[in-house]
Design a protein around this ligand. Structure first.
Ligand SMILES: NC(=O)C1=CN([C@@H]2O[C@H](COP(=O)(O)OP(=O)(O)OC[C@H]3O[C@@H](n4cnc5c(N)ncnc54)[C@H](OP(=O)(O)O)[C@@H]3O)[C@@H](O)[C@H]2O)C=CC1
Ligand SMILES: CCCCCCCCCCCCCCCC(=O)OCC(=O)COP(=O)(O)O
Length: 323
């Protein structure tokens, strides 16, 4: 009968380490490193010469996206409600040029209000008339909100939904048939971490971003067989004017730079991540620090704890307001 003794086992282990396992470990680490290097080198599709429509291009993240996509050689169509501010962006980016490495193109602009369904349809027609097609639509424009539900007018709930949800989906649906016809195109939407978790005193905003996430998830599934990618990007706080421009419960403008916004991510960093997501045709990207990222997982994996944390956050904010 074979009775393995301590010594025998030890010598067997030595034999495995010396003869088989160590080279295997080294080979695996090597493969992993190579994989990491390949991932870093993977640049994905180029946007050189691509017609890229960016909504909300007059400020914040949209403006930075305009800079980044322009430098990458895209033919930009910049959208916003304020013609003068859009022209400022055009002036800054400059005209057509080629530096031997990359050709860049003078952007065009189109002025319309996303909250007005008629103007969205007309804008889409004009874009197609001028450029023939759209390669990438970046639904970036949006507005935030501050208020408690009890004091918020229904008109405000609807207005935020018009700008953040119905506007982007109207533009998408108006441009989609031409993409389907060509079996080519890419739809991107800038949602928010608040499209995945709802935090107190943001009902209108969080609801509009949750609706956005759901609609574009459906669209991705429906466009899959046509090869039209759909990318939902969910940033955490970004240093822009979003909180300043936010609506309050009575429809007035909030007008305050919140600490969370002021200490948010640099919009340049977020814009570069948007370009990367477009090149790699990513499906769903969260661009946030550890706290919001953990919160997103907590909402799914341990909802009871997440709801407790949100209720305590609401109480704290209410106390702070009462003081
Ligand atoms: N800043 C942040 O912390 C975060 C922002 N986001 C999202 O990023 C996106 C960009 O916001 P951000 O750059 O931060 O904010 P800004 O307020 O700086 O920019 C918002 C842009 O949206 C445009 N816009 C607003 N309402 C309308 C409308 N009715 N019709 C057409 N355009 C409109 C504005 O253009 P104009 O006023 O000239 O018409 C402006 O260019 C938004 O979707 C926002 O929800 C997501 C997560 C975090
Ligand atoms: C590391 C341990 C963390 C434990 C997790 C506890 C949960 C903490 C809750 C964190 C909530 C994060 C909210 C983030 C919200 C956000 O980033 O929103 C982005 C925006 O769209 C900002 O718009 P706003 O108008 O609200 O400024």
């Amino acid at each position: 009968m074979f009775m393995p003794n301590k010594e025998g086992l030890l010598s067997d282990t030595k034999c495995i380490m010396g003869g088989g396992v160590l080279p295997l470990v080294i080979a695996s680490v090597g493969v992993l490193l190579l994989f990491q290097i390949l991932l870093r080198l993977r640049r994905g599709a180029s946007v050189q010469g691509a017609v890229v429509v960016i909504t909300g291009a007059s400020s914040g993240l949209g403006r930075e996206c305009a800079r980044v996509f322009h430098a990458a050689g895209a033919r930009l169509v910049l959208c916003g409600r304020d013609a003068a501010r859009l022209q400022e962006v055009v002036q800054e980016l400059g005209g057509n040029s080629a530096d031997g490495q990359r050709q860049t193109f003078a952007p065009s602009t189109i002025v319309f209000d996303l909250a007005r369904a008629d103007s969205v349809g007309k804008a889409a027609e004009e874009i197609l008339k001028c450029h023939g097609h759209v390669d990438v639509l970046i639904n970036n424009a949006g507005i935030s909100y501050r208020g408690n539900i009890l004091d918020t007018h229904m008109t405000v709930q609807r207005d935020v939904m018009e700008t953040n949800y119905f506007g982007p989906i109207s533009l998408t649906q108006a441009l989609l048939p031409s993409m389907v016809q060509r079996c080519s195109g890419h739809i991107v939407v800038i949602s928010s971490v608040q499209g995945k978790i709802a935090i107190p005193y943001r009902s209108a905003y969080a609801a509009s971003k949750h609706a956005t996430q759901a609609y574009f998830d459906c669209l991705r599934a429906e466009m899959g067989h046509l090869g039209i990618p759909v990318t939902v990007i969910s940033p955490g706080y970004i240093r822009t004017n979003l909180s300043v421009n936010a609506m309050t419960g009575d429809g007035s403008t909030y007008g305050v730079v919140d600490k969370t916004t002021a200490s948010g991510w640099d919009p340049k960093v977020v814009a570069r991540a948007v370009l990367k997501a477009v090149r790699l045709k990513s499906k769903d990207v969260v661009l946030a620090g550890p706290q919001p990222t953990v919160a997103v997982y907590l909402r799914t994996l341990w909802p009871a704890l997440f709801f407790k944390l949100m209720a305590s956050r609401a109480r704290k904010e209410q106390r702070h307001k009462d003081e």
